[in-house]
Design a protein around this ligand. Structure first.
Ligand SMILES: *[C@@H]1O[C@H](CO)[C@@H](O)[C@H](O)[C@H]1NC(C)=O
Length: 180
C-alpha cells in the first residue's frame, strides 16, 4: 500500500512543463527515426488485378495502412510503370505530364509531404482495370514550438495514435522509478 503511493507522488511533484518537453522531444525523435517502407500490394506487388470489380484493390490496401511523412512506398512489378499524377488525371486514368514516372521494375517513392498522392500505371488499360491507388499521408504530429500552448493531454492526443500512450506510460514509469 505505502509502496504504491510512493510510486505516484514523484509524478505529481515533477514539473509538468519539463515533462511535456521531455515527452514531445521523445515523440518527435521517434517520429523522425521511424520511417516505414511499405511494399505496395503486399506479395502481389504492383500488378493489374485480374477479374472485374477489382478496381479498388490498391485503395483497399492503402486504406489499411497509416502513412506518415518520409515513409516510402516500394513498387515491385514487371513490364509496367508507376506514375504520380493529379487527381484529375487519376480520375481519367491517363497523364501527359506525370509529376513522377518510373518503369525500372523496383520503384521506391518517398512520401515527402502530408496529403494525397495519386498513383496510376502508365500502361494502356492497366489503370482502368485497377492498377491505381490514392495514398493519404497524415499531417506530422505536434510541432515542438506549440508545446507551451497545449496541456499535456492535448499534446498526447495530437500525436500519432498508439505511440504516445506507450511512450507516456513508459516515461511515467521511468520517471517514477528514478525519483522513488
Ligand atoms: C523528412 O525528411 C527530410 C529530409 O531528410 C527532413 O528534413 C524532414 O524533417 C523530415 N520530415 C519529417 C516529418 O520527418
Amino acid at each position: 500500500m505505502a509502496g504504491s503511493s510512493n510510486f505516484i507522488s514523484p509524478l505529481k511533484n515533477f514539473s509538468v512543463p519539463l515533462m511535456i518537453i521531455l515527452i514531445s522531444t521523445v515523440l518527435s525523435f521517434l517520429h523522425r527515426v521511424e520511417c516505414v517502407e511499405f511494399d505496395v500490394g503486399g506479395k502481389n506487388g504492383w500488378a493489374t488485378p485480374s477479374g472485374k470489380n477489382n478496381d479498388q484493390v490498391y485503395n483497399d490496401w492503402a486504406s489499411k495502412n497509416r502513412f506518415q511523412v518520409n515513409d516510402t512506398l516500394r513498387f515491385g512489378y514487371k513490364k509496367d510503370s508507376v506514375l504520380v499524377v493529379t487527381e484529375e488525371e487519376y480520375e481519367k486514368c491517363r497523364s501527359s505530364h506525370p509529376i513522377f514516372f518510373s518503369n525500372n521494375g523496383d520503384t521506391v517513392f518517398t512520401l515527402d509531404r502530408p496529403g494525397l498522392f495519386y498513383f496510376i500505371s502508365g500502361v494502356a488499360g492497366h489503370c482502368q482495370k485497377g492498377l491505381k491507388m490514392i495514398v493519404k499521408v497524415l499531417e506530422p504530429a505536434s510541432p515542438p514550438q506549440a508545446a507551451n500552448e497545449h496541456s499535456s493531454a492535448a499534446l498526447v492526443f495530437a500525436a500519432p495514435e498508439f505511440i504516445p500512450m506507450a511512450v507516456f506510460v513508459l516515461i511515467s514509469s521511468f520517471i517514477g522509478v528514478i525519483f522513488v
